[in-house]
Design a protein around this ligand. Structure first.
Ligand code: PSU
Ligand code: MN
Length: 308
């Protein structure tokens, strides 16, 4: 059934029909995660990385109240230059659609859109989780991971979050957390967190086989792949922790909460680290795009063989 609020590009529709690998990309990183013009450059670079790996990028966002799956370069420019764009998670779709707004989709928002389009692999930077400041501030990302059968590639989650609580929640919801070539859950800027993943897998093929097996058991949850950022970019925990603590304290003092909290913490940490965290952020996003493209290609391999 055609959804009147959704537009999918012809390129992506064709790719999905022919079993060409497709990778979904979120856009809150463009609208709320990175400053201009790095956000635009990053959006373009992620698409390029995916095309280099012979997959089709599907950047997802809202433009003029339409949920767009696949953006042109003009669309990316428009999105990255939008004044006060919306941050669109599950509860915000109807607002964005009816008010004809531009907005970036969060991990949860992007998973909903990718599911509507039939895309199985998604690359992001870091997922939302349980916040330290308030145990009730639990990202919709976690619910989306519980409910959406999709492979989500991330670099773990930032320690602005309560990482043990976030992992407990994922365990409760039946979401496997795959460490890619590691048995430790990475903490975004840092390769280590001291916390264990539920399973270590070492190749894109292993991840694809794992996800197929997970879903063959009738489960509807996502497979979360935690891909540590490259060693050369990793910032020691001891260096990041004071900056994160300071940003969190400032947020508490200024009464920042709800949807505004994550963007506030991200921009404060970037400022406090004098751009070092931004460099790591860009590197890990590209690293995740590459791995997601490899996994997407392994996911379609079977389809190709069947079609012969
Ligand atoms: N974590 C990051 N960078 C981000 C986000 C989270 O390190 O850009 C964004 C993602 O789009 C994520 C969203 O889905 O923030 C979570 O927001 P909230 O906690 O309000 O659900
Ligand atoms: Mn929240």
């Amino acid at each position: 059934m055609k959804n009147p609020h959704v537009h999918i590009t012809t390129e992506i529709t064709r790719a999905l029909n022919f079993g060409t690998p497709v990778v979904a990309l979120e856009s809150t990183v463009i609208t709320h995660g990175l400053p201009y013009p790095q956000n635009l450059a990053l959006a373009r670079d992620m698409e390029t990385q995916i095309r280099k790996a012979e997959a089709i990028p599907a950047t997802i966002a809202l433009l003029d109240g339409k949920l767009r799956i696949g953006l042109s370069d003009e669309d990316l420019i428009q999105l990255s230059e939008t004044d006060s764009p919306l941050k669109v998670s599950h509860r915000d779709f109807a607002t964005a659609i009816l008010k004809k707004r531009n907005g970036g989709t969060t991990v949860a928002g992007t998973m909903l859109a990718a599911q509507l389009a039939g895309i199985k692999v998604f690359a992001t930077g870091g997922i939302g989780g349980v916040h330290k400041e308030s145990a009730f501030d639990i990202s919709t990302d976690l619910r989306a991971l519980a409910e959406t059968p999709m492979i989500v590639v991330c670099a773990g989650a930032k320690s602005i979050l309560d990482l043990p609580a976030t992992l407990e929640y994922l365990e409760t919801m039946g979401v496997p957390v795959v460490g890619y070539q590691t048995n430790e859950f990475p903490a975004f800027y840092t390769r280590e967190s001291g916390l264990k993943v539920s399973v270590q897998l070492d190749s894109a093929k292993e991840v694809a086989d794992f996800a197929r097996t997970h879903w063959e058991m009738g489960l509807q949850s996502a497979v979360l792949v935690a891909n540590p950022l490259p060693e050369t970019e990793s910032i020691p925990q001891s260096e990041m922790e004071p900056l994160i603590a300071q940003a969190s304290a400032e947020a508490m003092k200024q009464g920042i909460h709800g949807q505004a909290l994550t963007p506030f913490l991200l921009s404060r940490i970037s400022a406090l680290s004098a751009g070092k965290s931004l460099k790591a952020n860009l590197a890990l996003l590209l690293n995740n795009a590459r791995l997601a493209a490899q996994i997407a290609s392994e996911m379609t391999e079977k389809k190709k063989i069947k079609a012969l």
